[in-house]
Design a protein around this ligand. Structure first.
Ligand SMILES: NC(=O)c1ccc[n+]([C@@H]2O[C@H](COP(=O)([O-])OP(=O)(O)OC[C@H]3O[C@@H](n4cnc5c(N)ncnc54)[C@H](O)[C@@H]3O)[C@@H](O)[C@H]2O)c1
Length: 255
C-alpha cells in the first residue's frame, strides 16, 4: 500500500496534461491514472506517448489517451484539446507542463529563435487555458496548473528564452487566477527546482551541477519527478480548493 495520499475527488476527474510522454509529464500521467482519473495528454514525441499509454494499460492501469501534437501550433493544439474533451468529457484539470530548456547565448539569438522559445515555453499555456475555461465555467469548478521553474529566480544564465518564459508564467498565473476566480476556477503554478529526468541526465546534469545543487538545497537529496507529481495531484484535487494565484515551489529549499 502506498504511503502517499489517495484523493477521492480525483476519481474519474478528466485531466489534460501537455508534454506527458516523458520526464515529469510522464510521471504526472501515471500518477493521475493511479488516482483513477481520466487522463489525456499531448506530446510532440508520438512514439514515447503511445509507449507510455501501452505500458500503463499492460500494468492494469486505466489507459490514458495519448495524442500527438506540437503545442506551438495553437489551432492544432486547441483542436486536440477539444478532441480530448469530446472523448473523455469536459476537462476539469489542466496541467501545462510541456517546455524545452534549450541553452543559448544572448549574442546568438534571432527574433525567430526567441519567438520559438516563447512558443514552446509560454504561449501554449494561455491558449490551452482559453480552450478549457468554457467547460470549467459550465461545470462550476476547474484547476489550471502551470509548470514554472526556479531557474529565473536563481538568475541562471545561458537560457534567457526559457527563463524569461518561466518568469512570465508567474505573472500570467496571478492575473488569470483573478480573471477566472469568480467562476471557481483556480490557477496556480508549480515550480520545480533541479529534478532528475532522462533529459536532464542526458544533457545537463554533470557531476559539477549535481554538487552545486546539493550544496544550494536545504534538502541534501536529488529531487525526482514524483516530488513534483504529489504537489500537482494535490492542486488538482478538492483538497486545495482554497488555493489560487500562487506559486508552489518544489525545490528542496534552493531558493
Ligand atoms: N526537470 C527539471 O529539473 C525542471 C526544473 C524546473 C522546471 N521544470 C519544468 O517542468 C516541466 C517538465 O520538465 P521535464 O524536466 O520533465 O522536461 P522534459 O524535457 O523531460 O519533458 C518535456 C516533455 O515535453 C515535450 N515537448 C517538448 N516540446 C514540445 C512541443 N513543442 N509540443 C508538445 N510536446 C513537447 C517533450 O517531448 C517531453 O516529453 C517543464 O515545464 C519544465 O520547464 C523542470
Amino acid at each position: 500500500m502506498s504511503r502517499y495520499a489517495r484523493y477521492p475527488s480525483l476519481q474519474d476527474r478528466v485531466v489534460f496534461i501537455s508534454g506527458g510522454a516523458s520526464g515529469i509529464g510522464a510521471v504526472l500521467v501515471e500518477a493521475f491514472c493511479d488516482q483513477g482519473a481520466k487522463v489525456a495528454f499531448v506530446d510532440i514525441d508520438e512514439k514515447s506517448g503511445i509507449e507510455l499509454a501501452e505500458r500503463l494499460a499492460s500494468e492494469g492501469k486505466p489507459k490514458p489517451l495519448a495524442l500527438p501534437c506540437d503545442v506551438r501550433d495553437i489551432p492544432a493544439y486547441q483542436r486536440t484539446i477539444a478532441a480530448a474533451a469530446e472523448a473523455l468529457g469536459p476537462i476539469a484539470a489542466l496541467v501545462n507542463n510541456a517546455a524545452r530548456d534549450d541553452r543559448h547565448k544572448v549574442e546568438d539569438l534571432t527574433p525567430e529563435y526567441w519567438d520559438d522559445c516563447l512558443a514552446v515555453n509560454l504561449r501554449h499555456h494561455v491558449f490551452a487555458a482559453q480552450a478549457v475555461i468554457p467547460g470549467m465555467k459550465a461545470a462550476g469548478w476547474g484547476s489550471i496548473q502551470n509548470l514554472g521553474s526556479v531557474s529565473w529566480m536563481r538568475g541562471r544564465d545561458g537560457m534567457i528564452g526559457y527563463t524569461t518564459s518561466k518568469a512570465a508564467i508567474h505573472g500570467m498565473t496571478r492575473v488569470l487566477a483573478r480573471e477566472v476566480g469568480p467562476d471557481n476556477i483556480r490557477v496556480n503554478s508549480v515550480v520545480p527546482g533541479g529534478v532528475v529526468t532522462e533529459r536532464q541526465n542526458r544533457l545537463w546534469r554533470t557531476p559539477e551541477l549535481d554538487k552545486s545543487l546539493m550544496d544550494a538545497q536545504c534538502l541534501k537529496r536529488r529531487l525526482v519527478p514524483e516530488d513534483v507529481a504529489r504537489m500537482v495531484l494535490w492542486l488538482a484535487a478538492d483538497d486545495s480548493d482554497g488555493c489560487t494565484g500562487q506559486a508552489f515551489l518544489v525545490d528542496g529549499g534552493i531558493v
